[in-house]
Design a protein around this ligand. Structure first.
Ligand code: ADP
Length: 321
C-alpha cells in the first residue's frame, strides 16, 4: 500500500439546516465520515493505493460504511465488526461555513474497541506510510492498538503521519488530550495541526514558534493548516506560509482530510529525503485539494480526484492568505 490509515470510521449526522446551533436544527442526515477513513478515500481519489484499519459495529451503519470505502477503492480487509458495540455517530451542527460543532454517540462506540490483536499485521508491515489521528488515542483499547500499529509500520521504515484532529467532547480534559498526543510525537514523521491544536499542544498561538516547539519533539515535518489562509510548514532547512486558493467555500468538512491525503500522496512519491526541495509544490497541491473540498458539502462526496486537482492548479486561480 502507499498508505494505510487507522482510526475512526463513523456516521456523520449532518444538520438539515446550516447557520444554526444544535438547539435549532430540525433533522440530521447520515453520511459516511471519520477523519482517517476520509484520508484513505482522499488518497484513493488521487490515485494512491490506500487501506483503512478500524472497527465499526456489526450493524446497518457499520456494514454500509465498509461498503462505501470498498466502492471508493479503499482496501477494507483491516476493518473489524463489533457484535457488542454500535457504530459511532457524530451529530454535527454548522453555525457557519467554517465551524462545525459535534456531539458524539460513543459510550463506548465500536471505533474505541479496536484491539492490538485485531490489527492486520500484513498491511501494517508492508505499507509505505501509516496515518493516524487522536480519536483513537482518547480511549483504550484503541490507544494501545494505535501504538502497536505504529510500531509494526516502523518495522518497514514506513512514514508515520499524525493529524491531531482535536475533538474536545471526547476527552476528559484538554490536559489529557495534550498528554496523549504528545506521547506519540517521538514516533511521528509528519505532524499536522490546525491553529487550535497548535495552541493546545504548545500553549503558543504563534505559528512559527509553536511549530518549532513541536518539531523539537520528533516530527521531521510540522504542518499548521490555516483554513482560508492556507498552511504553514516547518521542515529541517525550510519553513514558510503557503497561500490558499480563493474559492467559494460552502462547507469546511473534510478539508483537513483532503489536505492530508493529498500531502501524503506527494511525500510518498518523492520521499522524506527530498522533503526540503519538494515541499512547496506538495503543499500547493494539498492546499488545492483542501480548497476544492471546501466548495462542496460533506466529507467523502467533496473529496477531489487527481484530474480535478490538476485542472484546478492549471487554471491557477489567484492565491490569497
Ligand atoms: P483542518 O482544520 O481540518 O485542518 P482546514 O480548515 O485548515 O482544515 O483546511 C485544510 C486546508 O484546506 C487549508 O490549509 C487550506 O489549504 C484548505 N482550505 C480550507 N478552507 C478553505 C477555504 N475556505 N478557502 C481556501 N482553502 C481552504
Amino acid at each position: 500500500m502507499d498508505f494505510v490509515t487507522l482510526g475512526e470510521l463513523l456516521i456523520d449526522m449532518f444538520p438539515a439546516e446550516t447557520g444554526r446551533r444544535f438547539s435549532k436544527v430540525t433533522a440530521f442526515m447520515p453520511k459516511p465520515g471519520g477523519a482517517p477513513a476520509n484520508v484513505a478515500v482522499a488518497g484513493a481519489r488521487l490515485g494512491a493505493r490506500t487501506a483503512f484499519i478500524g472497527k465499526v459495529g456489526q450493524d446497518f451503519f457499520g456494514e454500509s460504511l465498509a461498503d462505501t470505502l470498498r466502492r471508493q477503492g479503499v482496501e477494507t480487509r483491516g476493518i473489524r465488526f463489533d457484535a457488542d458495540a454500535r457504530t459511532t455517530l457524530a451529530l454535527i451542527a454548522q453555525p457557519s461555513a467554517q465551524l462545525n460543532e459535534y456531539i458524539f454517540y460513543r459510550n463506548p462506540g465500536a471505533d474505541q474497541r479496536l484491539r492490538a490483536d485485531e490489527l492486520d499485521r500484513e498491511l501494517l508491515t508492508t505499507t509505505r506510510a501509516l496515518h493516524v489521528g487522536s480519536l483513537a488515542l482518547s480511549a483504550e483499547p484503541s490507544r494501545s492498538a494505535t501504538f502497536e500499529a505504529v510500531r509494526l509500520a516502523k518495522q518497514n521504515r514506513a512514514l508515520i503521519s499524525f493529524d491531531v484532529n482535536y475533538r474536545p467532547a471526547l476527552w476528559r480534559s484538554a490536559h489529557d488530550a495534550r498528554a496523549q498526543s504528545m506521547a506519540l510525537l517521538p514516533e511521528v514523521d509528519l505532524l499536522k495541526v490546525n491553529e487550535t491544536e497548535l495552541e493546545l499542544l504548545t500553549n503558543v498561538a504563534e505559528v512559527e514558534k509553536g511549530s518549532a516547539m513541536l518539531r523539537a519533539r520528533g516530527p521531521k515535518l510540522v504542518i499548521v493548516t490555516l483554513g482560508a489562509a492556507g498552511s504553514y510548514f516547518r521542515a529541517a532547512q525550510a519553513s514558510g506560509f503557503v497561500k490558499a486558493f480563493a474559492v467559494n467555500a460552502v462547507d469546511s468538512t473534510g478539508c483537513g482530510d483532503a489536505f492530508v491525503g493529498a500531502l501524503l500522496t506527494q511525500v510518498i512519491k518523492f520521499g522524506m529525503a527530498q522533503l526540503d526541495a519538494r515541499i512547496w509544490d506538495a503543499l500547493r497541491f494539498a492546499n488545492a485539494a483542501g480548497a476544492l473540498t471546501s466548495t462542496r458539502r460533506g466529507a467523502i462526496p467533496a473529496l477531489p480526484t487527481l484530474q480535478e486537482v490538476n485542472d484546478f492548479l492549471r487554471q491557477a486561480p489567484p492565491a490569497t492568505g
